[in-house]
Design a protein around this ligand. Structure first.
Ligand code: NDP
Length: 274
């Protein structure tokens, strides 16, 4: 099957289920984050896309989405800074009036075996991937609790489930997201109940994680072709994943109708881990 057909299968429109919703996607202007923004906007959501350094590219992405009729804003910030996270959440609320969906997607790798891993390699990866998700979620959750509804979706990784040679920092950050996701899910429900706002069949506030396998983005540019060949041979479906295939699950979890799914990890890995 041609790649264009694969995209159309993953992105088949299923209506405007996110109309009136506002989604903030960190690292939302390229790779998996851009695919998530496209999927959410394609189902009616207004989108606030975060980025950290490449403004030119972010502007080009915004123009692309806006040309398709989407309501989209850009927000620059470093998610490893608690201050930037608080400012970004406020910026999005000021621009759109609310945040219904937070997708913690921004992530980095700095691969080295432990004996060669510098202190900064450890702190930087934990800072962006794990602390960034904590700071963003903390700021957005406060707002969601005031509104009584919301969706938080954290982008973890298969590496958080399996570990990997040369990725102790990345694996620890992505495993850490599992505990953070479950704790946030429990606290969100607890806080809603305490406030007397846990409606039996309402949208509520849910917090989930997705754990993609190896997905074709720039993040894999540093992986040698030989290693990618080995990975493909280990995946039962014998290929890497596409960003749209991750976005599809995020969009599903983001819908109001996914109200009875919380604290879970959704694997999207071609069967690599089972
Ligand atoms: P990319 O490298 O293509 O994109 C990473 C994104 O994160 C960019 O938008 C980048 O912004 C943003 N970002 C990086 N550092 C910061 C920061 N300090 N503050 C704010 N934003 C930042 O990655 P992918 O699209 O491949 O990955 C997206 C997520 O999916 C990551 O969390 C990654 O760990 C996870 N993942 C990826 C897999 C893969 O195989 N690709 C597999 C499993 C999980 P800017 O454009 O401005 O640099």
């Amino acid at each position: 099957m041609a790649i264009s057909e694969i995209q159309s299968v993953a992105e088949r429109p299923e209506g405007n289920e996110l109309a009136g919703r506002v989604a903030l996607v960190t690292g939302g202007t390229r790779g998996i984050g851009a695919a998530i923004c496209r999927a959410l906007a394609g189902h009616g959501a207004s989108v606030a896309a975060g980025f950290s350094h490449d403004r030119e590219r972010a502007e080009a992405f915004r123009a692309e989405l806006a040309a398709g009729g989407a309501d989209v804003t850009l927000h620059r910030g470093n998610v490893s800074s608690a201050e930037d996270c608080r400012r970004t959440v406020q910026e999005v609320v000021d621009a759109h009036g609310q945040i219904d969906i937070l997708v913690n997607n921004a992530g980095i790798t700095m691969d080295r075996i432990v004996s060669k891993m510098a202190d900064a390699d450890w702190y930087d990866v934990i800072g962006v991937n794990l602390s960034g998700t904590f700071f963003m979620s903390k700021a957005a959750l406060e707002h969601m609790l005031e509104r009584g509804s919301g969706r938080i979706i954290n982008i973890s990784s298969i590496i958080g489930q399996t570990g990997n040679v040369g990725q102790a920092n990345y694996a620890a950050s992505k495993s850490g997201l599992f505990g953070l996701t479950m704790s946030l899910a429990k606290e969100a429900a607890f806080s809603l109940k305490r406030a007397g706002r846990l409606e039996a069949y309402g949208a509520g506030i849910t917090v989930n994680a997705v754990a993609p396998g190896f997905i074709e983005t720039e993040m894999l540019d540093s992986v040698p072709e030989k290693a990618l060949e080995r990975i493909r041979s280990e995946v039962p479906l014998h290929r890497l994943g596409r960003p749209e295939e991750v976005a599809r699950v995020v969009r599903f979890l983001a819908a109001d109708a996914s109200s009875y799914i919380t604290g879970q990890v959704w694997a999207i890995n071609g069967g690599q881990e089972m």
